[in-house]
Design a binder for this molecule. Sequence first.
Ligand code: JB3
Length: 211
Amino acid sequence: MNTDIIVIGAGGHAKVCIELLRSMGERVAFCVGAPGSPDRCLDVPVLNGDDNLATLHQKGYSRAFVAIGSNGIRDRLARLAVDQEYGLVNAISPHAVISPTAELGTGIAVMAGAVINASALIGDLAIINTGATIDHDCRIGRGVHIAPRCALSGNVRVGDHSFLGAGCTVIDGIRIGEGVTVGAGGVVISDIGPKATAVGVPARVVGDPIK
Ligand code: JB3
């Protein structure tokens, strides 16, 4: 058995996650990218195509991290990796501040400068990006991306696969549904239903929710 990690994805997010994993003392053996990916991601060799996951597993690799920003693709590839009997690891910066009472899922990324406060729950495959703050008792769903410098006050709920763009602010107690997008800089002061896109200050839903 080989304890080195396979990173799935080979773009900008993978670069950040490789460095996070290394900062935790882990080694990354290969990235697996979509066909046509560059040969290397940072200095890590890139294999093209998801059929490489089975081959690598046969060679003894069993730990993986899915480093793709798209919430849908990240979730799909995580399920594929788990189906192939990989264990998903976390990539957590030593420069993040995480409460001992926070509950962390698997396959999550927490970047430098992020803060996760008391009794917060971070769902599987979530990204808490650079400098984002998640305050007490927040519930962050599976496959959510909280982009850099977002600030979530206490008791905020964010449904699965939602995306809060860079610099969003959410006041306490707000409920954001599944599959929601909040545009960068949005200030959320009222609840947002599922699959909506909201933008602005204060954030307002635009268009019809995507069916
Ligand atoms: O906002 C920040 C700080 N980071 C963003 C990050 C969270 O998301 C970043 O700016 C980008 O917006 C995005 O980064 P990501 O996901 O690395 O995007 P990109 O550089 O476009 O790379 C996408 C990667 O996904 C490429 O390496 C593709 O090969 C890979 N990919 C896409 N589909 C896939 C598949 N890889 C595999 N193995 N299988 C697929 O089906």
